[in-house]
Design a protein around this ligand. Structure first.
Ligand code: DMJ
Length: 576
């Protein structure tokens, strides 16, 4: 059904809202059918204003229709009107959750890389050498965005007085980049406080040794005190593809800030190496060789070790104001490969999911398994559709004629995948498992996914856990921003409510739910740092106004640290 209200105006073409100016000659029944729904909406709206006078100030200047014009042609959604942007009450509830998580960490483990909220203790990644501020730095910009000035001041003091990267231990090149370097750079972009830039430069300089390999691909780990790369002890030639290709936003932004081209060219070279060994479908196996930069025969997936390669193709293009066509091309090619090889539908209910290609016995075989991690792709596809896939300025929500054929394709897949991701939250706790498998045959049970190894009364398989992951709320945030459909806020709120109900520890902090289908829950003793940097930030932004970190001014790194879009002062070497 096409929208009757567009961008705050009643469409002049809408007979429903603007019946002909000729005198009405139809029957009374027809008249009632025309005006009754409008009257009901008006009464509800008046009632809303009466009940919530405080919200009047928060009303947007426009009334926004919430039916997806791209999907509407297929008649799958119902229009709902969203009447406000900031939802103060829900946003404040998310801030309270952040404080509950942060204060527990601050009390029991301040400065430790990781936090075990049940034991009330912290732990460093490299115990021998000391911590590098994983949790503190990962959480800084969320505090800044939420306006938590006291907490932020204390955290800044810790960064100033205690944070040191002179650590003679082994640290993941990828994790340190996305969490610590990304967090520092995001804070610098918001505050222009030199403390954060100086720390970022110190850290980046110590990481440069990771790129000293025959191929130029970085070693998976790095010793920060010695600035030397550390190969994997069991597979010294091997590196995860996503880990090599998820450093670029951070190092490129730092290069642009400082003028130090070395940061830029080291990570750009990784993309050149990757591009040289592209397969015909432009999807990437999850392992590479440090020696010669080729792919090692291995699984192909949008989940662990593959995911953010695709995310950063799009975001590298967006980061430099859509000027580097090479990334646009690589992204488009990869999304076409994705649709040809991996986009699948479940058999009973025809839900869209992203399968994996498992490498076995010398060949790739399709497997109907999907990590929770894959749910980032829903929002990524929608963001890509409205940028790379746009043929003219895109409305909110996007109109079909504004998108190219591939843009339309990606939008529809993103919307459908997000619904599937939400289906995986239909569990006893309302939380999604780490990994699901989709049914390829109808077993008559009315459900089209399951958790491998889960049996009634049996012990909980690893796949059944929810570890406070952000990917679905990340996609809901993007979907909300690009459409303003209340449906996405409702989904986000239901996930947040389940986290509150089942993952919150009354004494402080949040923990992993070990089995999403078991109530009462058993908790695993870890509050992941991405809960503070990603999950709660995306939830907060979903209930905030759209001009808080606007999507046309920032790219979020894969750990949800916003980095500004900029016009590069550095001449790229990797071009079309
Ligand atoms: C985060 O550390 C990042 O989003 C990363 O890209 C993969 N997943 C975790 C959170 O689930």
């Amino acid at each position: 059904m096409p929208s009757d209200i567009e961008h705050g105006k009643l469409s002049p073409h809408s007979k429903r809202f603007f019946p002909s100016s000729r005198p009405l000659t139809g029957s009374k029944r027809g008249l009632v059918r025309l005006w009754l729904p409008a009257l009901v909406v008006l009464c509800l709206f008046a009632g809303f204003l009466y009940m919530r006078p405080d919200e009047i100030a928060a009303l947007p200047s426009k009334i926004i229709v919430v039916s997806d014009p791209v999907i509407a042609a297929e008649n799958t959604t119902t229009a709902v009107v969203a009447v406000k942007l900031t939802d103060t009450e829900k946003r404040d509830a998310i801030v309270s959750a952040f404080k509950h998580a942060w204060h527990a960490y601050e009390t029991d483990a301040m400065g430790s890389d990781e936090f075990h909220p049940l034991k009330h203790v912290g732990q460093n990644i490299s115990e021998a050498s000391g911590g590098i501020g994983y949790t503190v730095v990962d959480a800084l910009d969320t505090m800044h965005i939420m306006g938590l000035t006291d907490e932020l001041e204390r955290a800044r003091t810790w960064v100033q007085d205690k944070l040191s990267f002179d650590r003679d231990g082994t640290f993941s090149t990828f994790e340190v980049t996305i969490r610590v370097l990304g967090g520092l750079l995001s804070m610098y972009s918001f505050t222009v406080d030199k403390l954060y830039l100086d720390k970022a430069v110190d850290l980046a300089d110590r990481m440069m040794g990771a790129f000293e390999t025959p191929s130029g691909l970085p070693t998976p780990s790095v010793n920060l005190a010695r600035s030397v790369g550390v190969p994997d002890q069991y597979a010294p030639d091997s590196l995860s593809t996503a880990e090599a290709a998820t450093l670029q936003l951070e190092f490129r932004y730092l290069a642009n800030l400082t003028g130090n081209t070395e940061y830029w060219y080291k990570v750009e070279n990784v993309m050149q190496v990757l591009n040289k060994v592209q397969m015909s479908h432009h999807l990437v196996p999850i392992h590479m060789s440090l020696r010669d930069g080729t792919f090692t025969p291995s699984d192909i997936r949008l989940g662990s070790r593959g995911d953010s390669y695709y995310e950063y193709l799009l975001k590298q293009y967006l980061q430099t104001a859509s000027t580097e066509g090479i990334y646009r091309q690589m992204y488009n090619d990869a999304m076409t490969g994705l649709h040809q090889e991996l986009v699948q539908k479940t058999v009973p209910l025809r839900k869209t999911y992203i399968a994996e290609l498992v490498y076995q016995g010398g060949a790739w075989k399709l497997s109907p398994k999907q990590d929770h991690l894959v749910c980032f792709l829903a929002g990524s596809l929608m963001l890509g559709a409205t940028t790379v896939g746009a043929v003219k300025p895109v409305s909110v929500p996007p109109q079909p004629e504004e998108l190219s054929q591939t843009g339309l394709r990606d939008w529809k897949t993103g919307v459908a995948l997000l619904e599937t991701c939400m289906n995986t939250y239909e569990t006893a706790t309302g939380l999604s498992p780490e990994i699901v498998e989709f049914k390829t045959k109808d077993d008559g049970s009315g459900k089209d996914w399951f958790i491998r190894g889960a049996r009634p009364g049996g012990s909980s398989p690893y796949d059944a856990r929810y570890m406070l992951r952000p990917e679905t709320v990340e996609s809901l945030f993007i979907a909300w921003r690009l459409t303003r459909f209340e449906r996405y806020r409702n989904y986000a709120w239901s996930i947040f409510s389940s986290i509150e109900k089942y993952a919150r520890i009354p004494a402080g902090g949040y923990a992993t739910v070990l089995d999403v289908d078991k109530v009462p829950v058993n908790l695993g003793d870890k509050q992941e740092t991405f809960f503070l940097s990603e999950t709660l930030k995306y939830l907060y932004l979903t209930f905030s106004d759209a001009d808080v970190i606007p999507l046309d001014k920032y790219v979020f790194n894969t750990e949800a640290h916003p980095l500004p879009i900029f016009n590069s002062t550095i001449q790229p070497k990797f071009t079309l």
